[in-house]
Design a protein around this ligand. Structure first.
Ligand SMILES: O=C(CO)COP(=O)(O)O
Length: 261
């Protein structure tokens, strides 16, 4: 089964709701409809922008989807500052990143918490984009495959195989995030292949074949084509380059197999 590539723009803590509208409009205008047959495109703005993005996507019947960058493991209650999957589902979110390395590092998120958040997303019909990836020291020690597959298996703990089949995985080596130091297609493929093999071992070939594994870390229009050409890389999770409408559009078109619009 051929997997349709997914390009998701993780805006991180950038752009207010007015800037969000401008960027989504720019992408919608620049990326012709026919590309969506070959690539799924999603934007992941900050929470404060999601309602505006929803209004635009619904109102103009845009083919792109949208989501959030995090969610609470709980549905509601005394959790000051948190936002639940229940709320995100009500806003029409299709995706949510879980376990991004910035949340693991800055907010001390553990695999156990990441697992709870993955379950919370699935409970509300939102596709989790489960992020895994090693720090530079782990790679230098030659432990990157063991490290990332362990993060993956822990993050999926307790899920049924049919649930796992719906999850998106993102391999984001920490040393490649925001550094301009992209992993070589061979290095990225090695890890994405190992992640898929771990899924096959635990959940069977059918599940492993269904799951989309993205690469993230300094992805740009200049390197996306060679990355998604690898057998086990099914798209990209894009940070910095997703904030520029023209660049992100190019990147989506190239992930779709081109040509540029
Ligand atoms: O963290 C990332 C996406 O989630 C990658 O960020 P950059 O594309 O800015 O390196």
């Amino acid at each position: 089964m051929a997997r349709k590539p997914l390009v998701a723009g993780n805006w991180k803590m950038n752009l207010n709701h007015l800037e969000a509208i401008a960027l989504v409009q720019k992408i919608a205008f620049a990326l012709p409809e026919k590309y969506y047959a070959k690539v799924d495109v999603a934007v992941l703005p900050p929470f404060t922008d999601i309602r505006s993005v929803q209004t635009l996507v619904d109102g103009d019947k845009l083919s792109m989807s949208y989501g959030a960058q995090d969610l609470s493991p709980h549905d509601s209650g005394a959790y000051t500052g948190d936002v639940s999957g229940l709320m995100l589902a009500k806003l029409g979110c299709s995706f949510v990143t879980v376990g991004h390395s910035e949340r693991r590092a800055i907010h001390d998120e553990t695999d156990e918490l990441v697992n709870k958040k993955v379950r919370a997303a699935l409970k509300h019909g939102i596709t989790p984009i489960l992020c895994v990836g090693e720090e530079l020291a782990v790679r230098e020690a030659g432990e990157h495959l063991a490290h990332t597959t362990a993060q993956l298996i822990e993050g999926l703990k307790g899920l049924k195989a049919e649930q796992v089949a719906t999850v998106v995985v993102a391999y984001e080596p920490v040393w490649a995030i925001g550094t301009g130091k992209v992993a070589t297609p061979a290095d990225a493929e090695e890890c994405c292949k190992a992640l898929r093999a771990a899924l096959a071992e635990k959940y069977g070939d059918e599940v492993a074949t269904a799951v989309r594994v993205l690469y993230g870390g300094s992805v740009k229009s200049g390197n996306v084509a060679e990355l998604v050409a690898a057998e086990n890389i099914d798209g990209a999770l894009v940070g910095g380059a997703s904030l520029d409408g023209e660049e992100f559009t190019k990147l989506c078109a190239l992930a779709a197999g081109g040509p540029l619009p």
